[in-house]
Design a protein around this ligand. Structure first.
Ligand code: CTP
Ligand code: C5P
Length: 364
């Protein structure tokens, strides 16, 4: 039978996709590889609050962020928290795919029991070392010098990036507890398009921190992408970001930011550790036709105070775009700090639930 006559395999995934990160993207990448067409159901704020605690990004933001992941073909807004056969059938999906962690309702029931029992459930490998819960934890760390993790106490040294902190993985749930993400070249290869720009392509270059990718970044990347055929994102190194953002920024380290940006459908290529000054060498090397920045403030070089876009401006290829969003990574951190108690409770409850389930499995 020719492939043109074969029924498409339609895969269903669902989740909160809150502060969508490369762990979510990696699960969707694997899910897409199990079939031909990937549909992702995203839960409402109300459902998430009921079962897990308040999300950081609201539902409109989460729908938008999920839709921008390059392996996603379709997003179903307001998908039910518990996955049923009825939902799979409604969207003509063959099966549901989920990471190999445990997802439960508020009263501790496996949200995938029905589809598991019907043999319409496949597992993908959860990405170790990143979770929304962990990111929320990193942001909460920004405001205090001492913090507690399980039985251990760590001291946050001035200038210590959160991602460098020692962790006590043993005392924590293996799913959402903080553990270290180990970036590999294979993961980067899996996320990247690996495509050369087409001949005569108009190359667009943007640079920045892109820390904790948010809808403001997304709107900006979409607008930048529309100005050409091939969008290259230059990511500043962690020490550079730290010099202009201060405190303990960036929240996500360079490798994590690389994967998050690579997962975005508007991005063709990433420069991992781009120079702060957009030099003539860089522009010539990539044959850049246009350099784009949003309406946010442009800081001078941390040492020389030089305008990083002086060269593209001299060439007449610098352009500012309006993302239409005023959101910043700082504002996300402030959302979390403003509701610190809620999020701390949510993190604790989630881990406690996971540890209890694991203990029950071990004692079986
Ligand atoms: N996922 C993953 N790797 C991660 C985090 C999430 O593979 N590091 C997967 C989950 O297994 C699930 C999907 O992403 O299949 C959506 O998960 P979601 O409900 O949004 O995330 P949680 O895992 O519940 O939340 P958290 O990130 O706080 O752990
Ligand atoms: O702040 P950061 O370096 O992550 O920003 C990367 C790019 O995204 C910059 O060009 C910035 O102006 C743009 N941006 C935007 N709208 C936002 C946030 C960022 O255009 N709300």
């Amino acid at each position: 039978m020719g492939t043109e006559n074969r029924k498409q395999t339609r895969v269903w995934c669902d989740g909160c996709y809150d502060m969508v990160h490369f762990g979510h993207a990696n699960s969707l990448r694997q899910a897409k590889a199990l079939g031909d067409y990937l549909i992702v159901g995203v839960h409402t704020d109300e459902e998430i609050t009921k079962h897990k605690g308040p999300p950081v990004f609201n539902e409109q933001e989460r729908y938008e962020m999920t839709r921008a992941i390059k392996w996603v073909d379709e997003v179903v807004e307001g998908a039910p928290y518990v996955t049923t056969l009825e939902t799979l059938d409604e969207y003509d999906c063959d099966f549901c795919a989920h990471g190999n962690d445990i997802t439960t309702t508020a009263d501790g029931k496996d949200t995938y029991q029905e589809v598991k029992d019907a043999g319409r459930y496949k597992e993908v490998e959860r990405t170790q070392g990143v979770s929304t819960t962990d990111l929320v934890g990193r942001m909460l760390l920004l405001t205090r010098e001492h913090f507690r993790r399980g039985a251990s106490e760590y001291t946050l040294e001035k200038g210590d990036a959160p991602s460098n902190l020692a962790t006590d993985a043993k005392a924590r749930s293996p799913y959402t507890g903080m553990s270290q993400f180990l970036p590999t070249t294979r993961k980067i290869q899996q996320f990247s398009e690996g495509k050369e720009p087409p001949p005569n392509a108009k190359i667009v270059y943007v640079a920045g921190a892109f820390d904790v990718l948010h809808p403001g970044h997304l709107a900006f990347l979409k607008a930048a992408c529309a100005l050409g055929d091939f969008l290259i994102v230059g990511l500043h190194t962690d020490p550079i970001v730290n010099t202009y953002k201060g405190s303990n920024y960036p929240i996500m380290n360079l490798h994590e930011r690389t994967l998050s940006v690579l997962a975005c459908k508007y991005v063709s290529e990433v420069v991992i550790g781009a120079p702060y000054i957009v030099t003539a060498d860089l522009l010539d090397h990539f044959s850049v036709a246009v350099v784009v920045h949003g309406k946010t403030k442009i800081s001078g070089d941390p040492i020389s105070q030089e305008d990083p876009y002086a060269e593209p401006k001299r060439r007449g290829i610098f352009q500012e775009v309006e993302s239409g969003s005023t959101l910043t990574t700082d504002m996300i951190v402030h959302r979390i700090i403003a509701r610190r108690m809620d999020y701390e409770k949510r993190n604790e409850a989630k881990e406690k639930k996971e540890l209890a389930i694991l203990e029950a499995i071990q004692n079986k």
